[in-house]
Design a protein around this ligand. Sequence first.
Ligand code: 5GP
Length: 193
Amino acid sequence: MANPRVIVLTAPSGAGKTSIARRALKQIPELRFSVSATTRARRSGEENGVDYFFLSEEDFLNLVQEGKLVEYEEVYPGRYYGTLRSELDAATTERPVLLDIDVRGAEHVKELYGEDALVVFVAPPSMDELESRLRTRGTEDEQTLGVRLSRSRKEMEYLDRFDAVVVNDDLERATRETTRRISTFLGSSTEPA
Ligand code: 5GP
């Protein structure tokens, strides 16, 4: 059986990859979103089974033990995130899958899938811009924000390890560039809307 085709959007926290992922999913209907498992708390507006599978740490670690995660990371201290094997198993060449995961997870998926994976690194225009975006989002307190920022700086070092870099200077433009790269990878003849 042919390997599933896997598209990964990765970025330092706050670079805007989730907004790009949402738009890409609308514009390329054949793409299916890979819903990750996480132990972090649900944010308002998020739905269990749609944005994430929200799990207790115990349930998450059981999945790890049972080998049900393709990759997982403790993205923030005490907060686990992982890609479910079942999400990738359901991917087919007709229905490629889109992952929105951190840089270490992305590196792992690239190792596993090689040429069957396209990993796009979404970069912020600058670190100052990234900090101001994280502040505007307002979902973290000062301490968590500091942890996220120092992590983002480290994550920027992954910039040249992947298949493509898209600078998110303007959401519409960055989305266009991302969907163009995805369409080329999928060999689709139809340009996204
Ligand atoms: P957030 O808590 O803001 O939704 O996500 C935090 C970070 O975890 C983001 O960079 C997000 O892409 C990443 N993430 C989400 N799901 C997964 C996953 O399954 N595996 C890995 N390695 N990272 C993930």
